[in-house]
Design a protein around this ligand. Structure first.
Ligand SMILES: NC(=O)c1ccc[n+]([C@@H]2O[C@H](COP(=O)([O-])OP(=O)(O)OC[C@H]3O[C@@H](n4cnc5c(N)ncnc54)[C@H](O)[C@@H]3O)[C@@H](O)[C@H]2O)c1
Length: 324
């Protein structure tokens, strides 16, 4: 397939381009480079453009004979979305609405979408499965849920085949060291903990050590970025066969606390990350852990690299190569 990968110059998109190429597909990155990196586009051509530029999209779709889409392009900082909500509504919702209009106009009907566990908000039970109500507690999560609603209508009314993948915490890096995480600003725990373990004076802020968890720190479900990339390739394969038209959780089902991440970073790097405890952030749930049974059933997917030891080791390998 000739796959247009929006946001392919970003973290998860670039790893997925590698997985697509290894599976025999032709990934064409479409990215405005507002957050992504030209150096991360290694497994197919880069077309610079914005998802809201319909003319440019049409040109690129025709030029590369695109027949399917993976849509990663978005703003993805939860905290920023609380301060600048309309920035998220414009880029994530309005941008995607325009993109989807062009996809429908072009007669393309396969669409894999980067959704998020932030669609659930604060879950009423754990682990989180797809039957739990979606109740986002920030504009970022709301923006993704709103796109899922559009996908449902487009599937029902104009034949779009779609899968929305609700990732939990993407982490780690390409195990061959060819690409990795490079957000600016970085807000994710593992690269920040690595920075706090590396030489320098950076201190990791740990928000809350009084949660009702074994060590008092918050628990999350970390999924290796290569396992996410693999799920995307399988999602595309499923859409080639039939319309799935559903949303699926991607996580491991194993919760890891912030303190456990810090201890793992210390074990992998040989240095305890400098850290300090700060008050909890409003809206941060104590624990988010996925039930991904549905993704296993629908896609035949299961994570194979998502232990915290492997995730941190791969992230550290990338950190040493790219930053130190
Ligand atoms: N990283 C995570 O833990 C996580 C978890 C759940 C969901 N997601 C979702 O996965 C996707 C990828 O996340 P990421 O961590 O790789 O983010 P990222 O910021 O590394 O990548 C996003 C890419 O999209 C591009 N982009 C943004 N707006 C654009 C626009 N209007 N037109 C063209 N390109 C644009 C950016 O330049 C960047 O390269 C996002 O949709 C995010 O919401 C990420």
């Amino acid at each position: 397939m000739n796959v247009l990968v929006t946001g392919g110059a970003g973290y998860i998109g670039s790893h997925t381009c590698k997985a697509l190429a290894l599976a025999g597909h032709n990934p064409v990155t479409y990215d405005n480079l507002c957050m992504g990196h030209e150096w991360a586009v290694k497994w197919g051509p880069l077309e610079v453009g914005d998802i809201s530029n319909q003319t440019r999209l049409r040109h690129v779709i025709n030029k590369h004979k695109i027949d399917s889409f993976m849509h990663f392009a978005a703003f993805a900082y939860v905290g920023e979305s609380m301060i600048a909500p309309s920035k998220y509504f414009v880029n994530n919702i309005a941008g995607t609405t325009i993109l989807l209009d062009e996809i429908i106009n072009s007669g393309i009907n396969k669409f894999v979408f980067s959704s998020t566990c932030a669609t659930y908000g604060i879950p009423s039970s754990l682990p989180i499965d797809e039957t739990l109500p979606a109740n986002p507690v920030n504009p970022y999560g709301q923006s993704k849920l709103s796109i899922e609603a559009q996908l449902r209508w487009l599937g029902d009314l104009v034949g779009l085949r779609w899968i929305a993948l609700r990732y939990f915490n993407a982490a780690g890096a390409d195990s061959a060291g060819e690409v990795g995480e490079a957000h600016d600003p970085e807000t994710h725990l593992i690269p920040l903990a690595l920075k706090a373990a590396a030489p320098g004076d950076f201190y990791l802020s740990v928000y809350g050590n009084d949660y009702p968890t074994d060590d008092g720190t918050a628990i999350r479900d970390y999924i290796h970025v290569e396992d996410l990339a693999c799920a995307h390739v399988k999602a595309l394969g499923a859409l080639i066969d039939h319309p799935v038209n559903d949303f699926l959780n991607l996580g491991t089902g194993v919760g890891v606390s912030v303190q456990q991440v810090i201890n793992t970073v210390a074990a992998v790097t040989g240095y305890m990350p400098r850290h300090q405890f700060s008050p909890r952030r409003p809206g941060d749930p104590p624990e988010l852990v996925a039930n991904s049974t549905k993704a296993k059933r629908v896609l035949g997917w299961a994570p194979s690299k998502s232990t915290i030891d492997v995730i941190v080791a791969d992230a550290w390998q990338w950190y040493k190569k790219s930053i130190l």
